[in-house]
Design a protein around this ligand. Sequence first.
Ligand code: GRG
Length: 335
Amino acid sequence: MISIDVIRKPILADLEAFDAFVGENFSAEGELLQDMLTYALSSRGKGVRPILTMLAASICSGHAGAECGAERVCSKRTYLAAMLVEMIHTASLIHDDVLDGADERRGKPSVNAKWQSDRAIILGDYILARTMALGMASAQYDLVSYVGSAMATLCEGEVLQSQHANSFDTTRNDYFDIIYRKTASLLGVAAALGALSVGATKEEVDRMRKFGEAIGMAFQIQDDILDYNRQNNTGKPVNNDLREHKITLPLIEVLERVTPERRTEIVDVLRRCDTDESAVDELQRIVDEGGGAALASETMHAYLSRAMHLLAKYPASPYREAMMNLCTFIAERDK
Ligand code: GRG
């Protein structure tokens, strides 16, 4: 089983320097805002996006990786790129928890649970505003222009998702469109910006973007599979997608294999999931019996194969190995 620490190893010194860079750049005026910001930034996640930016920068700059992990190889421009992406991710999670009324994030009370939704929204806005201000002050407009459109794409994905959750009509194509916008696009930008930050060619930036998007699709599919796994370690309550009427790939796989009459029955069970826990249990059973998670996992592996194939263009190095390991981690992860 590949751990995130194994993936971090070749870029450890850079990741530590990146943490310090974020700490130096992110502070707030006012005690309450500072408390909320400190809380949001200290409940660290896995850091997949900064890892991806650093690895893409390292692989594209052609480092052999001899000094691997012990010494920094990335520049401040790469740290800035990683920070822009990670802060958008952080703000989007804070807003997402408000929209979902989620009480927990990363195994701890969410910002909205601790300080109420109105303040959580402002904190998310503040992080976005500070992120854009820092980007503009750096005058590295090529990096900033990517993240501006990435934010818009996240919002489009979120609205599409809520539209479909109300109409109970999500098809496989709708689902791919949603997860591309809400997750894969930002991972694509994380990898592309890593490449761009070291002056990679357009072809390489595009290749890294495709890599990030492919693993992003796989990442979200695994997230959706984990929502049906009652033993997961995500720190989020299980079956939340059902309570929020979200039709994700494990359920789509089952719905595509039943008669129209049975589909109507299953959707009727889904309609009750927001208020009736026995409906949630029933749908979990339906997806288990239909093998929805295993079928969704096949699609996830297809995206990961596509991503690994893109890495074949690069010579072997600890960075390429870490990117391969990242693919394996996504498939194996339970948090
Ligand atoms: C504020 C830019 C902005 C957008 C608002 C709410 C919203 C629109 C978008 C939500 C997008 C969203 C939450 C997508 C889910 C992405 C995802 C897979 C999150 C989990 O990522 P991990 O596992 O999280 O990398 P950690 O906790 O490890 O950082």
